[in-house]
Design a binder for this molecule. Sequence first.
Ligand SMILES: Cc1ncc(COP(=O)(O)O)c(C=O)c1O
Length: 408
Amino acid sequence: MFDVNKIRSDFPMIVNNPNLIYFDSAATSFKPQCVIDEVVNYYEHLNCNIHRGDYDISYIVSKTYDDTRKTVAHFINAQRAESIVFTYGATSSLNTVAINAAKKFLKKGDVILTSQVEHASDIIPWFNAAEVSGASIRYVPFKKDAKFDLQAYEECFADGKVKLVALPHVSNVMGYIYPVKEITRIAHEYGAIVTIDGAQSVPHIKVDVQDLDIDFLSFSSHKMLGPGGVGVLYGRFELLDQLDPIFYGGGSNARFYQDGTVILQKTPEKFEAGTPCIEGVLGLKKAIEYLESVSMEEVEAYGAQLSDYFIEKLLKLDNVEVYNEGSKAGIVTFNVKGIFAQDAASYFNKLGIAVRTGNHCAKLLNNIIEVNETIRASMYLYNTKEEIDRFVDVIKDTTIEKCVDSIL
Ligand SMILES: Cc1ncc(COP(=O)(O)O)c(C=O)c1O
């Protein structure tokens, strides 16, 4: 049974800040006590490196680190733990795929199919891949409200040039859940590889990489209750195994010789050169166990409930423009009419409400929704309808004068 009060009591940031309404979980989530305890426990009782020490605590930590691959694989229903690479975040996972794609999968004349809703971390690496490989970028035409247009998407394959599709599962601004199963089905029919930015989906909805038939999936621990400094790159094993490491060094090689020959470890260890964020990986395991104890189905359903509730209330206000009606993943994007988004956010901040404003790193999205700056309220399993009520009361009475006063 989903019990938000019990959940709230698990989060020190909520317990210690009773007057804060945190609506910025899409930027980074709060961490439950069990995750914090795991990180502290590592430093207080198990501090050592992994895969290097011939002593008990090193065996213990190495085993938990390795076991976390199984935990992650189970969480996203990957076929095997060897498909899970620990990186430094979604950005480093996405760059790993893009740098390799430029070398291995793309050539002059090919097309990388992506979109204008992309976060910077899933577009700039593709600009670079295009430059290196001689491929070009093509944007899927989205509907005016930034919803996905499957027909327009399929038409992008007509000339047979699309070799790679890079799209988000959930937009970090619009919060829409895009139809990844259809996206991969069509791409695979045309022989293209699909890499999905799961930074905003994996924390909020049940993601099954086998059912969705995803080739590569990237996400970050810190957005899903885990510590910072850790990300995941999932790859369909046969493809992942073809990639080269981005970094070389200790831990990822089996042997190397004076003549420059290097024998790498197997996948996934070959991708993890250097000392990883060990405490972060241990904490990610706890975060996933926490999410599974609540159940991802419940997390998803609650996120949809909060989104519906919030959007319905905002739509009743004359002074508000809502940009993502029908969004379900806990992201609500709007403006208070006639007020610059950041000025409104400064006013909300004075009243203890934390939101993000601006273009949210999706700097091409204005080509679709024709607005440059928005207010984004992003929620997670610890937010409540009461917080939404309090925020909506504030929004209702927001005026330019109040915003100016809050800045001065
Ligand atoms: C959709 C999306 N992709 C990628 C990223 C990058 O994630 P990170 O900064 O954790 O690498 C973010 C972060 O906000 C995001 O929202």
